[in-house]
Design a protein around this ligand. Structure first.
Ligand code: TRP
Length: 445
């Protein structure tokens, strides 16, 4: 690579190694990511999240097999392991090490509010079980491990599905807390949600997903692919009857592979009453045309696991060239350091560790700009409604910082108190923030 790495935007994403890649993964993640990985303005970090896999899978053979299949799929789909960082999470011991450093700046309350954990608790409550029945500490800690994945490599952008947005926000929170305590070491990442990528329907018309058992594996034999495609649900219209493209899983899958012109041709065939058998044949041929050239490479890799291992280890060695010095820096920052090294300023910071609330600004999917005031334990004290510009949100924050009583009155319903929070809590919290800002300003001069 000739590009200066320090100038490139670092894009990082992980794939949990519990399943076999299917067409939905290919269209939604593998294909767009491989394409994006060729952008010379970015540096890609793509990794097999096998520590994450342990959270939901206790079948060792499945984790091993899935790791091999996913690695082989990405390479077969065109990912260039020499052009990007492609590694297995568990080959980077610095990641669990960073996980612990982050654990110690994570509010337990924040983790209580993580969607995945909360969903399990809600389910238990509904069933009348102990709220934490069958919940492992691994599930509870999931957001911290994910934060370590991201922060370890100073990722700027993290392409993820919508269900993961909260985890990226948490990674940002962890990074701010860490930086606040120990100095500016960590980079705050941003989630990237690929709006244009359509969700692929599965065999039964619902979203293609392992949990619905309606997937078409990305790499099966041509015959198997054909057989599965023939089992896609259709309505009972006979050949000669016009068919609806809308709501047709077959059509939607076709669209994810075909160009605009091909898609228009199939739409016309639908209107002209193409038989479902013929439509399925067209879909099979279109997918097979794209997958067949990759299949050979996939087979070769699957049959040479040692080759895939070697490739992943090479990737890990490259990634560790960044991770090893960085964890050293972070260990030093928190005080895990040579006893002979000079004691540096952070140890005598006058700012009380647990005393700082903070404003968090963010943008929601509605395109509006929001903020919240959170206390050090992660409890939401204030929550705004949407502002049309980040500047408006910033101005409201500035008002609140100056004079909260006046600002609350002026902002009206635009800003509300968090659950169980009183105006007094907010006043105390903002007073602390003000004192801290004043303290910081004093230390600077
Ligand atoms: N949790 C992610 C998922 O289930 C996978 C993942 C693990 C990940 N670590 C990550 C994604 C870091 C992005 C960045 O999809």
């Amino acid at each position: 690579m000739t590009t200066d790495n320090s100038q490139r935007t670092r894009v990082l994403t992980g794939i949990t190694t519990t399943g076999t890649p299917h067409l939905g993964n290919y269209v939604g993640a593998i294909r767009p990511t491989v394409q994006a990985s060729r952008n010379p303005a970015t540096q890609g970090f793509y990794f097999l999240a096998d520590y994450h896999a342990l959270i939901k899978c206790d079948d060792p053979a499945r984790i091993q097999r899935s790791t091999l299949e996913i690695a082989a799929s990405w390479i077969a789909a065109g990912l260039d392991p020499d052009g990007v960082m492609f590694y297995r999470q568990s080959d980077i011991p610095e990641i669990p090490e960073l996980t612990w450093l982050l654990t110690c700046v994570t509010g337990k309350g924040m983790l209580n509010r993580a969607h995945a954990y909360k969903a399990s608790v809600d389910k238990n409550n509904l069933a009348g079980n102990d709220p934490d029945a069958d919940v492992t500490a691994g599930l509870f800690m999931y957001p911290v491990l994910m934060g370590a994945d991201i922060l370890m490599f100073k990722a700027h952008k993290v392409p993820v599905g919508r269900d993961q947005i909260q985890h990226i926000e948490m990674a940002r929170d962890l990074a701010s807390s860490f930086n606040h305590l120990y100095g500016e070491h960590l980079v705050l990442p941003e989630a990237v949600i690929e709006e244009s990528v359509a969700l692929l329907p599965g065999l039964d018309g619902r979203k293609m997903s392992k949990s619905y058992d309606n997937t078409i594996p990305l790499f099966s034999s041509s015959a198997q692919l054909k057989k599965l495609i023939s089992s896609i649900v259709t309505d009972s219209r006979a050949p000669g009857e016009a068919k609806d493209t809308e709501g047709s899983a077959l059509f939607q899958i076709y669209q994810a592979f075909a160009g605009a012109e091909e898609t228009a041709t199939l739409a016309k065939a639908y209107a002209d009453g193409i038989g479902w058998g013929d439509a399925k044949q067209i879909l099979f041929e279109r997918i097979d045309r794209e997958v067949a050239p990759m299949r050979a490479k996939y087979e070769e890799l699957i049959n040479n696991p040692a080759q895939v291992d070697a490739m992943l280890l090479k990737g890990a060695a490259k990634a560790r060239e960044l991770a090893t010095p960085f964890i050293k820096e972070l260990r030093h920052a928190v005080g895990l350091r040579s006893l002979a090294s000079a004691v540096t300023a952070q140890t005598s910071t006058p700012i009380a560790r647990a005393a700082s609330p903070s404003f968090k600004q963010y943008r929601e999917q509605d395109g509006q700009f929001y903020f919240k005031l959170v206390d050090p334990q992660g409890r939401v004290l204030l929550q705004s409604l949407g502002f049309s510009s980040p500047k408006d949100a910033g101005m409201a924050i500035a008002q609140l910082q100056q004079d909260d009583a006046k600002a609350m009155a002026a902002l009206g319903t635009q800003v509300g108190l968090g659950d169980g929070v009183s105006a007094h809590d907010v006043a105390v919290s903002l007073a602390t923030l003000r004192a801290e800002i004043a303290e910081k300003a004093k230390n600077k001069t």
